[in-house]
Design a protein around this ligand. Structure first.
Ligand code: NDP
Length: 273
């Protein structure tokens, strides 16, 4: 019988996951079915129970269900525990294993695809939401020289820094604290770009930056990327590679083999203009 997987979210029509996993199944010769589930708001548990009862083997989870998935799972990876959010689940009998691959997908894109090491670098992350939370442990594992989280709501940045206190030094503050500071790599992990807004980051942070990375994808040159470009940053990237890499991590976790991500990235890339 063909193994069944799906992505669950609400809304879900926009999801690229079926396309991505379909391409991965084709290149690896895996016989899987991968569909979309529009989970009813407040009805995550019933929807997942039904999917499992029908033989479902694993799920990707997207907004707004990443916290529901955390509560639903019986076993959490350390990454998922720290993130407090889950973007992939694997079902084996009564066991519900939970992972969060967003951060490792991001690091793999930066280091492997873009060829930009994080080790020894001064790294700035804008935003302190779910994406930043998921990225912190994978970032620290790369041993950056410094990691700083800037957020509008500074207390949220402080909570994240405290949560990883034993794993490495993480600074935090608000945007005003960035005046006069420079970073080698700057990540925009705010959701501002989804509304074509710019977080109030001073252009001076880019004075010696080698990479500006926008986690949102498919938006072309966002206000953040335009600011970085105007400040002279040579390498700009959006989150399409992160999306492809987190999916590849989930695929490998489920199927035991890692697909090449290049064709997916090429297909989904929107020019940064
Ligand atoms: P959350 O809603 O969890 O967090 C949003 C963050 O953005 C908060 O820190 C919020 O600040 C900040 N923010 C929102 N608007 C503004 C603004 N106008 N100015 C300054 N700060 C702002 O979002 P996620 O962490 O889930 O997602 C963040 C981004 O990452 C999104 O663009 C999302 O699309 C992208 N993403 C990409 C993925 C990929 O595979 N490429 C995967 C997951 C996410 P405050 O706390 O003060 O409200």
């Amino acid at each position: 019988m063909t193994d069944r997987y799906a992505v669950i979210g609400n809304p879900i029509a926009q999801s690229k996951s079926p396309l991505i996993h379909g391409m991965y199944a084709e290149v690896t010769g895996q016989d899987i079915e991968y569909t979309k589930i529009e989970g009813p708001l407040g009805g995550f548990k019933a929807a997942v129970d039904a999917f499992r009862a029908a033989g479902g083997r694993g799920l990707n989870i997207t907004a707004p269900f990443k916290l529901d998935a955390f509560a639903y799972a019986t076993e959490h990876s350390e990454r998922a525990r720290l993130a407090g959010a889950v973007n992939a689940m694997k079902f084996e009998g009564d066991r519900v294993m939970a992972e969060n691959f967003d951060g490792v997908g991001l690091v793999r894109d930066v280091v492997h695809n873009l060829g930009c090491a994080l080790a020894g670098k001064r790294v700035l992350v804008l935003g302190a939401g779910g994406a930043t939370r998921g990225a912190l442990l994978p970032f620290l594992a790369e041993k950056p020289a410094a990691l700083f989280i800037a957020n509008r709501t500074v207390a949220k940045a402080g909570e994240l820094a405290a949560a990883v206190a034993g794993q490495g030094a993480v600074g935090f503050g608000d945007y005003a604290d960035l005046e006069g500071r420079q970073f080698d790599i700057v990540f925009n992990a705010t959701s501002a770009s989804l509304r074509a807004e710019l977080p109030p980051v001073p252009a001076s942070v880019f004075a010696s930056s080698e990479l500006a990375y926008e986690l949102a994808y498919g938006k072309g040159l966002t206000p953040f990327l335009r600011l970085a470009q105007n400040a002279g940053v040579k390498q700009l990237a959006d989150g399409v590679g992160m999306l492809a890499e987190q999916a590849a991590e989930a695929f490998e976790w489920w199927r035991g083999m890692r697909p090449d991500t290049r064709a997916v990235i090429e297909k989904l890339t929107v020019p940064l203009v």
